[in-house]
Write a protein that binds this ligand. Structure first.
Ligand SMILES: CC(C)(COP(=O)(O)OP(=O)(O)OC[C@H]1O[C@@H](n2cnc3c(N)ncnc32)[C@H](O)[C@@H]1OP(=O)(O)O)[C@@H](O)C(=O)NCCC(=O)NCCS
Length: 182
């Protein structure tokens, strides 16, 4: 997978989940990047990994043997006709932001999603989040519109931008996306 200046991007293993929860729970507590207000437990996140990681890539970026961040895709909507539309998620530990690691994770994630035969990737970016907006714009996401005052967190209302990145057109009718290749 992607390697740059001692950053290794690889598939998530069960042993990574405590570090992933610690990164995620930091952002849940300190920011509006996630609209969740309750921390994730290792068991809950492990169940999500087990349920989805055969169909969607779950990646981590490792620096010096420790998990510095993660990215994955998941279903945008469970209704069957949405099978070709995914939603992406990316979080880094605060010590590793702004050094290109989010871009390394997204390069690998989108290469794989396109190869699997997905048609587009959605992202919901709560406002304000200039770092996330810049990362998504860099990868070709377009802002479709925003839900105003979508959530109330840390003492104020926040909107959410709905972003979409499209891959090439698929055969018509399309074949179902293939499972993750390890
Ligand atoms: C958002 C996040 C994943 C971006 O990853 P990153 O490794 O910091 O981003 P990169 O260093 O790869 O930078 C990608 C682009 O965004 C820009 N960027 C990064 N942080 C920025 C910031 N705070 N403000 C403005 N632009 C920023 C970079 O300059 C770069 O732009 P370029 O392609 O024009 O050079 C990371 O900052 C993060 O984990 N943030 C907290 C959690 C979060 O918000 N997750 C997303 C939820 S939707």
């Amino acid at each position: 997978m992607n390697t740059s200046d001692a950053v290794i991007v690889r598939f998530t293993q069960v042993g990574d989940v405590p570090a992933i929860c610690s990164i995620l729970n930091h952002h849940i507590a300190e920011s509006v990047a996630s609209f969740r207000t309750e921390p994730y437990g290792v068991e809950e996140w492990s169940k999500q990994l087990a349920a989805h990681s055969d169909r969607y890539p779950y990646l981590v970026a490792e620096v010096g043997g420790a998990v510095a961040g993660f990215a994955y895709a998941g279903p945008w909507n469970p209704k069957q006709a949405y099978a070709w539309t995914t939603e992406s998620t990316v979080y880094l530990s605060p010590d590793h932001q702004g050094r290109g690691i989010g871009s390394l994770l997204y390069e690998e994630l989108f290469k794989r999603l396109e190869q699997q035969g997905f048609r587009s990737v959605m992202a919901q970016i709560s406002q304000p989040n200039p770092g996330s907006e810049a990362l998504h714009a860099r990868f070709g996401f377009k802002l479709l519109g925003s839900i105003r005052d979508a959530g109330h967190k840390l003492g104020s209302w926040h909107g959410v931008g709905i972003w979409q990145k499209e891959f090439g057109l698929l055969a018509d009718p399309p074949v179902p996306p293939t499972p993750v290749e390890r």
